[in-house]
Design a protein around this ligand. Structure first.
Ligand code: GLU
Length: 464
């Protein structure tokens, strides 16, 4: 059975690059009816891991992802790691190293003077003497000497390293007994039953070390997929400023989770030239071996484009639900369909949608000065007055755009007016500025009684 995992270090939130890796792992597990696990890599105890897990689960929930089993916290597994350290010591596959810091400094300087790669020279590997009393030893693993470490990366292909070029007898437990990163990752990945490890390629250099641990412990080595990084438009590693922020910030900015997921799956993976992927299609087509070999560039316009696409195609109920987050509650509004349908083509985000809807639904409290100056002369006020009188006496159905369209056209015909003489003054009266969706939509959303009220209010204010 395919088992994957997401193994973040606790930063207190899930950032967008992390979500991409999690999504890839999640899809691969679900596609194969396998398991997707969550592990918090919190061996550095200063960090607040429970909160970190909560933040990640909140973001998962928002995008509709779930993990299996309980969250695993590395900080709670020290006894387990110790057992494996003892095992390796007992089997002679690891050893205590008593080298002091000063000793190691001298060693490193000598290597640098000879232009050699600094590395531990295995001086305690076969030590049989009496250990010095004043040194708390570290535990080092007996790494292979001058051997090839090879694995088949699911994205990058055959990887081959010479052990002497990239590692030494690295430390698996520090002098205070705390196990080291690569050691615990290999143990956990193995004990959690992982078949496939999908992670950022910034971890590529850790993989040979982890393989050394797997082999020392006689564990099966999972399949690795090292995913190239996300770069900013200048080709640098994506930073917070570029958009590598908390996934929940995207919610606050008004992005729909399906747009974020669609954006992320395409950021580094493709299936022909298809751009839009429903969740079902993601599951159907995703395969980590098709992840791009080169880094991908973060492109905010593409995310906006996808978000606009999903807003255009969402159901009215869905949009109404999403608007609640931006403090707009229109489920009881009798023209809610019209509100949604007249704005869905214009809004790039739900936040923008809410702002636009509010300007129509709430009576304007002020009027854009420039627009007033440009469009609201004596003649325009006069026309508005005639229009309001006309509407008061026009009793045809007015809650449909076609009703207002019909009435307004008739009014213009009778008074020999053009739409451009009327449209902007009406917009100013309705929303306080000369910018709005279709005038007929706006009028219908506001409704006859309030249309009359708003026009009269504008006339009152501008007639003094
Ligand atoms: N904890 C690591 C990180 O947050 C990931 C480790 C892994 O996936 O093996 O970058």
């Amino acid at each position: 059975m395919t088992t994957t995992r997401f193994a973040p270090s606790p930063t207190g939130y899930l950032h967008i690059g992390g979500l991409r890796t999690a999504l890839y792992s999640y899809l691969w597990a679900r596609k194969n009816s396998g398991r997707f696990l969550l592990r918090i890599e919190d061996t550095d105890l200063k960090r607040n891991s429970l909160e970190a897990a909560k933040a990640i689960e909140e973001a998962f929930k928002w995008v509709g992802m779930t993990h299996d089993d309980e969250v695993i916290y590395q900080s709670q597994r020290f006894d387990l790691y110790k057992k494996y350290i003892t095992k390796l010591l007992d089997e002679g596959k690891a050893y205590y190293c008593y080298a002091s810091k000063e000793e190691l400094d001298v060693m490193r300087e000598a290597q640098q003077a000879k232009k050699e790669r600094p590395r531990y020279d295995r001086r305690y590997r076969d030590f049989r003497g009496t250990p010095p009393e004043d040194v708390n030893p570290v535990v080092r693993i007996k790494a292979p000497i001058d051997e090839k470490i090879e694995f088949e990366d699911g994205i990058k292909g055959s990887m081959s390293f010479n052990s002497d070029d990239i590692l030494d007898d690295f430390i698996i437990a520090r002098s205070d007994g705390v196990p080291t990163y690569n050691f615990v990752v290999a143990i956990d990945d193995s004990l959690m039953g992982l078949t496939d490890v999908i992670r950022g390629d910034d971890h590529l250099s850790n993989t040979p070390k982890q393989i050394v641990v797997y082999e020392a412990l006689g564990f099966d080595i999972p399949k690795f997929y090292h995913v190239p990084m996300i770069l900013n438009p200048n080709g640098k590693k994506l930073s917070k400023r570029d958009g590598a922020m908390d996934v929940m910030e995207y919610k606050n900015m008004g992005y729909l989770p399906e747009a974020v997921l669609n954006y992320l799956i395409r950021l580094g993976w493709s299936h022909g030239d298809q751009e839009i992927f429903s969740f079902t299609e993601m599951l159907e087509h995703f395969d980590p071996t098709n992840i791009n070999k080169s880094a991908s560039a973060y492109n905010p316009e593409k995310l906006d484009w996808l978000n606009a696409h999903y807003i255009k195609n969402a159901s009215v109920e869905r949009i109404i639900e999403e608007l609640k987050f931006f403090d707009l509650h229109i489920h009881g509004h009798d023209r809610k369909e019209l509100i949604v349908d007249s704005l869905r083509e214009r809004a790039k985000t739900i936040k923008e949608f809410a702002t636009m809807a509010k300007t129509i639904i709430d009576e304007p409290t002020s009027y854009d000065e420039k627009a007033v100056k440009k469009f609201l002369n004596e003649e325009a006020i006069e026309i508005l007055q005639q229009y309001v009188d006309f509407i008061k006496n026009y009793d045809d159905v007015m809650h449909l755009p076609s009703g207002f369209e019909h009435a307004t056209k008739l009014f213009m015909e009778q008074n020999e007016l053009k739409m451009k003489q009327l449209a902007q003054p009406i917009r100013i009266a309705m929303v306080g500025s000369a910018v709005s969706p279709s005038v007929y939509d706006v009028l219908s959303i506001i409704g006859r009684d309030d249309v009359i009220k708003r026009i009269e209010k504008l006339i009152r204010i501008h007639h003094v």
